[in-house]
Design a protein around this ligand. Structure first.
Ligand SMILES: [Zn+2]
Ligand SMILES: [Zn+2]
Length: 231
């Protein structure tokens, strides 16, 4: 049966989309060599790569973070960008399985130590989600939640403003705008929360989420993203 299904729907590398011929591997060898899991020398606050022996990145040393701690699994390079394009826009939804497996493989220890009560994915603006057909952060969070047996409640936070084009705003206006874009529907008193997203770049989305969650009573806010980019 498995062989039959493989002919009908050949397994593809979730990074480069090539058909996987080798049995028992999750990604092709070429991609495996090009992926960089951030497993050492990362900022103990935000998870960004830092020089060896350095505890915090320059930004975390400078500014107060709304979240407690967070990490990203892979460096956001061209390979991962291509992979996410296929996943988000060209129907390769099954890649989510590989993403969740990678998050569990590299982050389970930290997630267990943080001991979150719930996982909350970064929500998408409803119209955008309708156009895309799914919210990638929610898809990844659902799969990770199932694997690690952590609840992923639906619709706790809604995105009520489309914040895509913020270029004309100042940094402070952008921050305010983003905070107002997230609306929380329940109290989170005393809870420890793990926020999940596909990519961390400036961190402003995670910061805004943490601000809103703490405003609703959350005690601790952590995050895990599949990829982590540079500013
Ligand atoms: Zn590949
Ligand atoms: Zn940092």
């Amino acid at each position: 049966m498995e062989k039959f299904l493989n002919i009908l729907y050949p397994r593809r590398c979730p990074v480069c989309h090539q058909i996987l011929t080798e049995k028992g591997i999750l990604v092709c060898r070429a991609c495996e060599n090009q992926l960089h899991p951030i497993i050492k020398d990362y900022c103990l606050k935000c998870g960004r790569p830092v020089a060896p022996e350095v505890e915090f990145c320059p930004e975390c040393r400078k500014v107060h973070r709304e979240f407690d701690r967070g990490r990203g699994v892979f460096l956001y390079n061209n390979r991962m960008r291509q992979s996410l394009l296929h996943y988000k826009y060209y129907g390769s939804r099954e890649y989510g399985e590989y993403y969740a497996a990678s998050i569990c493989r590299y982050m389970e220890r930290d997630i267990r130590a943080w001991n979150p009560d719930v996982i909350i994915p970064v929500p998408m603006y409803p119209r955008k989600q309708r156009e895309r057909g799914f919210n990638q952060a929610a898809d990844i969070a659902d799969r990770v939640g199932r694997n690690l047996k952590i609840p992923v409640p639906d619709q706790i936070i809604r995105k009520t403003k489309n914040t895509r084009s913020q270029k004309k705003l100042s940094a402070a206006e952008r921050k305010q705008n983003l905070r107002e874009a997230f609306q929380i529907t329940e109290r989170m008193d005393g809870l420890s929360i793990l926020v999940m997203d596909d990519v961390y770049t400036t961190g402003s989305t995670i910061e805004a989420m943490a601000h809103v969650l703490k405003g609703a009573g959350a005690e601790r806010v952590f995050f895990v993203t599949l990829c982590m980019g540079w500013i």
